[in-house]
Every structure is written in structure tokens, then in C-alpha cells.
Design a protein around this ligand. Structure first.
Ligand SMILES: CC(C)(COP(=O)(O)OP(=O)(O)OC[C@H]1O[C@@H](n2cnc3c(N)ncnc32)[C@H](O)[C@@H]1OP(=O)(O)O)[C@@H](O)C(=O)NCCC(=O)NCCS
Length: 202
């Protein structure tokens, strides 16, 4: 039997972060790829307990953070957010493959992104993080031509999931006691997503 699979080799060539016309500007902010020189500015807020409590990595001191931050993969997936020339936050943008059956795997390569965000609490409560993540969605959908954006957080991280919901992202999963927090507690998690057509319809 001859099976007829979708042919993805005729589609557009996937774009990369190198193709984005940096910097990207929003009303109040500028978004650009980080450089190793941003380590000190980013460490300034990432060393705060209110910030590192929620995020994946909590280096113990500035030198350990710098070693983590300048690593080439980390640099390639991290964007700086500036307000008036000062770095107030950073964004994570990791283009990845969607799950697919083996026969059509090539069609699902590099079609979606996982995103994340970390902001200086001193800049909080004014919609700046929401504005920056909205800018990142423009990068994902308009500049990179991705079909889906996903993001994850602990369910206790109310500020994070409220931000995603402000941007119209949909809660797609509530995992129960699935993620281990460095305090030793197993916490619930939420997964959110948004499709390109949903973004365009807003
Ligand atoms: C997640 C995080 C970025 C959210 O920060 P935030 O200050 O709540 O987000 P914003 O800057 O978008 O501000 C939103 C708040 O400002 C208010 N606001 C004021 N002006 C606004 C505007 N023009 N647009 C949108 N919101 C506005 C909103 O109502 C909201 O307040 P509320 O939650 O009390 O309703 C921040 O808490 C953080 O960096 N935490 C530590 C790291 C982290 O948890 N990262 C995510 C891991 S999954």
C-alpha cells in the first residue's frame, strides 16, 4: 500500500532569529538579542529572591550567573528588554520542533517556540512585561512565521499566568504535583499556548 503523506518540502524556508530586524521597538521598550556584556544588568534583578524563586536557574553568585549567561546556547535564546537604555528584563525565545509522527517530522521542525520572561520587580505593575512579551509574540508570529507559542509556569506564579492570560494565551494543561521546586515541594504547573491564527484574529 502506498501511503500519501503531506509534503513539507515546498513550504517557506524557516526563518531564524538572525533574520529579525533588530532591535524591535514597542511603545515604551526596545527588544534585542543579549550580549555577554548584559550579564551584570541581568544579574542585578535575577539575584532577588522574588525573582529567582520562580525561575529554572538560581546561580549562587555573580560569577556563577555570568558563566551560565554567557554560554553560547543561553545567549542564542535570550533577549534583553530595555527601557530608556536600561535593561529591565529578559525574554526566553526557543524555537523548537512540534511533536509529529515520524513520516511527517520534517514538516514539524522549528515551527513553534517556547517563551519565558523575567523582569526587575522595580519595573513591575505597569504593564511593561506584558508589553515586552506582546513584542516577543510579534517576533514569533510575524518575523519568524511560527505557528504556535507555548509557555509554562508554576500554578502558584499568579503574576506569570495572569500575564499570559492578558495576552490571550490559552491554559491548555494543569499538571498536578509534577514540578519539583528547589524548596523540595512538588508543585502544580500550568501550560499555556497561542496559535498564529489566534494572534492574528485579536
Ligand atoms: C512574571 C512577571 C514578569 C510579571 O510582572 P508584572 O509586573 O505582573 O507584569 P507587567 O509588567 O506586565 O504588569 C502587569 C500589572 O500592571 C498592571 N498594568 C498597569 N498598566 C498596564 C498596562 N498598560 N498594560 C498591562 N498591564 C498594566 C496590570 O493590571 C498588572 O497588575 P495586576 O496583575 O495587579 O492586575 C514578574 O512577576 C516576574 O518577572 N517574576 C519573576 C520571574 C518569573 O516568575 N517569570 C516567569 C516564570 S514562568
Amino acid at each position: 500500500m502506498l501511503l500519501n503523506f503531506v509534503d513539507c518540502h515546498t513550504g517557506p524556508v524557516p526563518r531564524t532569529l538572525a533574520d529579525v530586524p533588530w532591535p524591535i521597538r514597542t511603545d515604551r521598550l526596545l527588544i534585542r538579542p543579549v550580549t555577554p556584556a548584559d550579564a551584570t544588568a541581568v544579574w542585578r534583578y535575577r539575584q532577588l529572591p522574588a525573582v529567582y524563586d520562580w525561575i529554572t536557574t538560581a546561580p549562587a553568585h555573580a560569577a556563577a550567573f555570568e558563566a551560565y549567561f554567557v554560554e553560547p546556547h543561553r545567549q542564542s535564546v535570550t533577549l534583553a528588554v530595555e527601557q530608556d537604555g536600561v535593561v529591565i528584563g529578559d525574554l526566553y525565545l526557543h524555537v523548537e520542533d512540534a511533536w509529529a509522527q515520524i513520516e511527517v517530522k520534517a514538516c514539524a521542525s522549528g515551527v513553534q517556540a517556547e517563551v519565558g520572561y523575567v523582569f526587575d520587580p522595580a519595573s513591575g505593575g505597569r504593564g511593561l512585561a506584558t508589553e515586552a512579551v506582546a513584542g516577543m509574540l510579534v517576533i514569533c508570529f510575524e518575523h519568524l512565521g511560527l505557528r504556535r507559542v507555548v509557555a509554562n509556569c508554576f500554578s502558584d506564579n499568579t503574576a506569570s499566568w495572569r500575564l499570559m492570560e492578558r495576552l490571550g494565551m490559552r491554559r491548555e494543561a494543569h499538571t498536578v504535583a509534577e514540578s519539583l521546586h528547589r524548596s523540595g515541594r512538588w508543585l502544580d504547573g500550568y501550560s499555556y499556548a497561542l496559535l498564529a491564527e489566534e494572534w492574528q484574529a485579536r
